[in-house]
Design a protein around this ligand. Structure first.
Ligand code: FNR
Length: 183
């Protein structure tokens, strides 16, 4: 089964985006193997490459080892949160050792607002293109996180939402299969 490194761009315990990622994982069971990456990294500092922090080494290894990467990110002030961008920047360096190169990547995100991280995702896609990822253009999923989105077990409560996310998962599984292994 394809291994998917999952980057959730929020550190807080009750993160809506982490809950959303786990709900996607339930739909993806049997098709994609989700492996969550520790995103609680130091801020990017070029000087630290002399002796890189363990978590940075683990992040780079997790992306290198994965068949694909799923980024589940909030939107902060109509942009990409620092947590998400920081992980992307670390994995792109040192110069010439860009862990993103050739990786199939899908992006989604959840927000209580109606536009459901659309701006954040759009900006993120621009960055992912220049990092030479093979970013899945669609389907786009901008999830509005309402209080009844998930059931008590953390699965999508509505069959329509579950079906919609199933389509996203299926597209990503196919995308990983079609584009994986490029470098
Ligand atoms: C937000 N939030 C937010 N939401 C949104 O849809 N568009 C935005 O531009 C912003 N801006 C923003 C800035 C800052 C600094 C914070 C802290 C929050 C609200 C955000 O979607 C909400 O806090 C989510 O719950 C964040 O995701 P997690 O941490 O729950 O995964």
């Amino acid at each position: 089964m394809p291994k998917i490194a999952v980057l959730v761009g929020s550190l807080r315990r009750e993160s809506l985006n982490r809950q959303y990622a786990h709900a996607i994982e339930k739909i993806a069971a049997g098709r994609l193997d989700f492996r969550y990456v520790d995103m609680d990294l130091p801020l990017y500092n070029e000087d630290l490459w002399v002796s890189p922090p363990d978590k940075v080494v683990q992040l780079k290894a997790a992306i290198a080892d994965a068949d694909g990467v799923l980024i589940v990110t909030p939107e902060y002030n109509r942009s990409v949160p620092a947590v998400t961008k920081n992980a992307i920047d670390w994995a792109s360096r040192p110069y010439g050792q860009n862990a993103w190169k050739g990786k199939p990547v899908a992006v989604t995100g959840a927000s209580p607002g109606r536009q459901g991280t659309a701006v954040s995702q759009s900006q993120l896609r621009s960055t992912l293109v220049i990092l030479e990822t093979v970013v899945m253009g669609g389907p786009e999923v901008y999830m509005t996180f309402t209080k009844d989105l998930l059931d008590a077990g953390g699965a999508f409560a509505s069959p329509d939402t579950a079906k919609f996310i199933d389509g996203f998962v299926e597209s990503f599984a196919r995308w990983v299969q079609l584009t994986g292994g490029r470098s």
